[in-house]
Ligand binder design. Structure first.
Ligand code: C2E
Ligand code: CA
Ligand code: CA
Ligand code: CA
Length: 275
């Protein structure tokens, strides 16, 4: 076929239009997903490193699209934020996690991820309090995971939200720790109860001395500051062993369990506990 510049441009333009159409379709589907009950939560167990007993789970959002099947959060969480859907969907996540976790053993917790937009939303405190009342979940069984991005603007709302929710017993964990730029400074300025070491470091720590050095440093700082530490993305026996030797208190990853449906998560917890 003969292609001149104009023909190529038309082809390119058509591809762009097709991509635009696809994105637009995905946006529409996402707007309808909550009403159509296409979201579920998967729960990934968090274990005590020493005993390998389950202390709780992290709730992870799952979207089952009617034709595209399971869409990973990396493909829609950013879009939810852009479309202003993160607050209503985030509220659904919090409520569902609390309603389901209330049926787990009383000494376990559920960790819920909060977007920076939720953390900068003045309505969050009242919303969380109302959800705890409706679900019956005691506040100390809820952990909120936030990333550095939530703290970047140094918005007083974020600090006030953390203070108000910590005052009733909710715990805060700094997620993806080590991946940003000034994570250590945030630990001084915001009242965190724990950190999660990003899986990037955990997955390289056995083979790469620089990753192991960073894990060592993060564990040392956390011990000094009295913070709980969860290592995420543990996939191998060697990684688990390396973390155990370093006295990292909690672990989470495919080596122990993948994210599980509510009933399987509950069963996992019941079969992985001391009592
Ligand atoms: P995250 O908070 O860092 O969550 C941990 C991610 O690591 C999850 O990916 C989990 O499935 C994955 N993971 C756990 N163990 C392993 C492992 O051993 N190896 C590997 N390679 N991966 C492991 P997922 O479920 O795809 O979620 C991705 C991200 O989407 C989350 O990262 C979080 O930032 C966001 N996200 C998920 N659910 C929610 C939600 O309800 N609200 C908000 N705002 N964000 C969410
Ligand atoms: Ca998380
Ligand atoms: Ca993380
Ligand atoms: Ca992450």
């Amino acid at each position: 076929a003969k292609t001149d510049g104009v023909g190529l441009w038309r082809e390119f333009d058509a591809t762009m239009q097709a991509r635009q159409a696809l994105l637009f379709e995905r946006e529409q589907d996402l707007r309808n997903a909550l009403g159509k009950k296409q979201f579920t939560l998967a729960y990934q167990p968090i274990l005590d490193t020493g005993t390998r007993q389950s202390v709780g789970c992290e709730a992870l959002l799952r979207w089952t699209h009617p034709t595209h099947g399971s869409v990973p959060p990396s493909e829609f969480v950013g879009l939810m934020e852009k479309l202003g859907l993160i607050v209503p969907i985030g509220r659904w996540v919090l409520e569902t996690a609390c309603l389901e976790a209330v049926h787990w053993p009383a000494d376990t917790h559920v960790a819920v991820n909060l977007s920076p937009i939720q953390m900068n939303d003045e309505g969050l405190v009242d919303e969380v309090k109302a959800i705890l009342i409706r679900s019956g979940l005691p506040a100390h069984r809820l952990t909120l995971e936030v990333t550095e991005t939530s703290l970047l603007e140094d918005n007083p709302i974020v600090r006030n939200t953390m203070d108000a929710l910590r005052a009733i017993g909710i715990r805060f964990s700094l997620d993806d720790f080590g991946t940003g730029h000034s994570g250590l400074g945030y630990l001084r300025r915001f009242p965190f109860d724990g950190i999660k070491i990003d899986k990037l470091f955990i997955q390289d720590m056995v083979e790469q001395p620089d990753a192991a050095a960073i894990v060592n440093a993060l564990l040392a700082v956390s011990a000094e500051l009295n913070l709980d530490v969860v290592a995420e993305g543990v996939e191998t026996e060697a990684q688990y062993e390396a973390l155990r030797q370093r006295h990292c208190q909690y672990v989470q990853g495919h080596y122990f369990a993948k994210p599980l449906a509510d009933t399987e998560a509950r069963r996992f917890i019941l079969t992985h506990r001391t009592a």
